[in-house]
Write a protein of this length. Structure first.
Length: 385
């Protein structure tokens, strides 16, 4: 029996959380040869290596080591380096996850070579074409053969774009598979103690968590200053822990806005926006799980806080994950200072949605995906698990 060759592509931190449960499932299937390729879009130990260790991911079989660059340069470089590998190894299926440049680059290469594509986290739409991620999502979905969807809005979006129903599969959320699998391990992290967020009796001090990395927020001086001003006001009463993306830190410092960041002292944090280095997956999950409030422009964090039951304020004008607002703990506040402040005060006063876990966010999405892949590619392997 011919073995099934699958090539999976990752490139950025969110990809690692999404691919981990799939690889765990695929390892249980006899008759599958799997190659894990890392584009190197995110690199270094803090942005990449620590995540592989935390998630129990094997070392990538291939690392393209592309590194940083403009969207066009990075996408093109991944395509140039990936194409000869795909031609030589001849996978029957390429798996791509999420919406980063690695995702669309790998999809375009596979499509032009006639290789089938499975897109994990398909159908999400912000309807904001100024977001590079939205372009990546739409292009990837347009060329994919099997589209695995996390929420009902994704099914509707794909159908509205003319994707045949027999290519669309509502399976749940692989990122939540990872969260549920590693939540107990994250609880053992020392991150709270290391950053002096616990009292002598073991109780956690109140704090908020901030992430900020989207170009619309960090590249525009006026927008970034307005955000930091209102966040600094919130932080007068509640310290805001800010694990800071290297690119965001560079933008803040280069725009002369470093005054909004408070350097840490030896005392327990009582106020201020407190920058931290990028955290490992387990450390960040622990930090988020104990927070009073999370403020973010990330997509995945909207999903994770929904499952954790932590109030989340999204610092964007839209979301591609509407289920987190409809059923979860997420509120879209944009960059309006008054709206951000009012929403934060409501959350801290306990006036916030309790939320519920969306359908199929049960930790079994990867199991469903692998079953569907085998049904379409090698049904004879279904009994080999």
């Amino acid at each position: 029996m011919q073995r099934l060759r699958i090539l999976s592509i990752v490139g950025a931190r969110p990809n690692f959380m999404k691919i981990a449960p799939l690889l765990a499932e695929l390892r249980n299937v006899d008759g599958v040869d799997h190659l894990l390729l890392h584009s190197g879009q995110h690199y270094g130990d803090q942005m990449s290596g620590a995540f592989f260790r935390d998630l129990g991911l094997p070392e990538p079989d291939i690392n393209l080591e592309v590194g940083s660059g403009s969207h066009a340069w990075q996408t093109a470089e991944i395509m140039k380096r990936l194409e000869p590998i795909a031609i030589e190894w001849k996978p029957e299926l390429v798996i791509v996850v999420g919406d980063v440049n690695s995702t669309v680059a790998a999809s375009l290469v596979a499509s032009k070579l006639g290789i089938r594509i499975a897109h994990i986290e398909a159908g999400l739409r912000s309807f904001d074409m100024s977001m590079p991620e939205e372009i990546n999502r739409k292009l990837t979905d347009a060329v994919s053969n099997l589209l695995f969807v996390t929420e009902e809005s994704g099914v509707r979006n794909l159908q509205n774009e003319g994707i045949p129903a027999d290519r669309i599969f509502m399976v749940g959320n692989v990122m939540i598979d990872t969260l549920l699998r590693f939540r107990d391990a994250a609880a053992k992290s020392n991150v709270l103690r290391d950053h002096r967020l616990t009292r002598n009796d073991g109780a956690t001090l109140p704090y908020a968590v901030l992430t900020l990395h989207r170009p619309a927020n960090v590249d525009d001086h006026q927008a970034l200053q307005k955000l930091l001003e209102v966040l600094a006001k919130i932080a007068l009463d509640l310290p805001i822990l800010f694990p800071i993306h290297p690119r965001s830190e560079e933008r803040i410092r280069s725009q002369g806005l470093g005054r909004y960041l408070r350097e840490r002292t030896q005392d327990p944090p009582r106020s201020g926006i407190l920058p931290l280095p990028p955290l490992s997956y387990l450390d960040f999950l622990c930090l988020m799980d104990h927070a009073r409030l999370v403020l973010t422009d990330s997509g995945g964090i909207q999903e994770e806080t929904t499952v954790l039951g932590i109030p989340c304020l999204t610092l964007r004008e839209n979301t591609e994950r509407p289920v987190t607002v409809e059923q979860g703990t997420n509120e879209i506040v944009g960059r309006d200072s008054a709206k951000i402040m009012a929403a934060a005060q409501r959350c801290l006063q306990g006036n916030r949605p309790l939320g519920r876990r969306p359908p199929l966010w049960d930790g079994k999405a990867a199991e469903r995906i692998v079953k569907i892949l085998l049904e379409h590619l090698r049904p004879e392997l279904l009994g080999q698990k």
